[in-house]
Design a protein around this ligand. Structure first.
Ligand code: PSU
Ligand code: MN
Length: 346
């Protein structure tokens, strides 16, 4: 007669070898975590759901343009046949999927002192603490969004840019928690690579160490395919792998799940050609933004938002228009990846 522990082990082993590991959600709703009804239903019915982050609204785009962007991105998911789940912390509760009024509340919280930038380390603070008797609001970063998406059972997430190893990171150790999260949470992130105020070469090295599959959509392009640098399609660094289309991306996710791996994915989608900004131009702007951040002493988690704001100031509306175009393109691709994945796993 087997003891309880041995019996449980046998059962879980049987489950793993008898088919795909379960993707059911891992945490049920509680006072700190809530999945929006439409998202819950879509997941239960195996319809494609795409996670969207909210640091871009709370610490990126200014109010009220951020509201327009948030609702636009949700409609891009819908138009392409998916269900959007905007993720963030609202009034002390980690939320997966928000209603229209709630998206507005979170966007309106941009720039306030009780609005946090929520990465892995911040989730417990954002949900467990209060400030002046009030709960926190928070925009979730790529890492924070991946964690909450995974808890809800969402497997695809689209955004603009990813955090990375900062320039000089080999000394300062300023390496975004996004990279570590990609190494341990099985969510596929579609982004336009990372901005070149980061050290892209070391970012790719770090992702390799973390075991993260990194691939760039090539769409029939021949020759060297670069890992993209957000506003520019080329970074001078070869992408570790290439994917021809969303179907290929879904095949990779599907295979890795069948192997029981818990790693995330980084699928890079170069900015649409019409919106790319010449590299030399961006290089100049970025040098200046980094120097200003250094002079202002903007380090730690304040570094990325400071530099992003400076870049915006220096490039004016061009970079904002390009930024919007690339996020939109990533969200569309993410939705198609989620649809292809559902086809494979039905
Ligand atoms: N890079 C961008 N745009 C962004 C961010 C990074 O080009 O909006 C945001 C994302 O939410 C990302 C976070 O997850 O900043 C990374 O911050 P940090 O480097 O402090 O981890
Ligand atoms: Mn950092």
């Amino acid at each position: 007669m087997l003891g309880l522990r041995a019996r449980l082990q046998c059962q879980s082993k049987w489950r793993l070898t008898s088919g795909l590991p379960s993707t059911r959600r891992f945490v049920s709703d509680n006072r700190y975590f809530k999945v929006f009804e439409e998202v819950r239903q879509a997941l239960a019915e195996k319809r494609p759901v795409v996670a969207l982050e909210s640091t871009i609204y709370t610490h990126g785009f200014p109010y009220p343009q951020n509201i327009a962007l948030a609702s636009h991105l949700e409609s891009v998911v819908r138009v392409n046949g998916g269900v959007p789940a905007t993720i963030g912390v609202l009034d002390g509760v980690a939320r997966v999927g928000l209603g229209p009024e709630e998206v507005i509340s979170l966007a309106a919280a941009a720039g306030k002192k009780d609005t946090l930038k929520v990465s892995r380390r911040d989730l417990g603070f954002a949900c467990g603490l209060t400030v002046d008797g009030k709960n926190y609001n928070g925009g979730t970063t790529v890492a924070g969004t991946m964690i909450l998406a995974h808890l809800a059972g969402i497997r695809v997430f689209a955004t603009g840019g990813l955090g990375g190893v900062h320039r000089g990171g080999e000394l300062s150790m300023d390496i975004s928690a996004d990279l570590k999260e990609l190494g341990r949470t099985p969510v596929a992130v579609v982004s336009s690579g990372c901005k070149s105020f980061l050290d892209i070469a070391r970012t790719l090295e770090y992702l390799e160490t973390e075991g993260v599959p990194v691939a760039t959509f090539a769409e029939g392009r021949k020759g060297q395919i670069d890992f993209p640098a957000f506003w520019t399609r080329d970074s001078g660094l070869k992408s570790p792998m290439i994917l021809q289309d969303e179907k290929a991306a879904a095949a990779v996710i599907h295979a890795q799940r069948a192997l029981g791996l818990q790693t995330g994915f980084l699928f890079a989608n170069p900015i649409p050609e019409a919106h790319s900004i010449p590299k030399a131009e961006m290089d100049r702007v970025i040098e200046e933004a980094i120097e200003e951040a250094r002079q202002a002493g903007a380090t730690g988690s304040a570094n990325t938002p400071f530099i992003l704001a400076k870049i915006k100031e220096l490039t004016g509306s061009t970079s904002v228009t390009s930024n919007r175009a690339l996020i939109e393109s990533n969200v569309k691709r993410g939705t198609i990846v989620a649809k292809e994945l559902m086809k494979l796993e039905l």
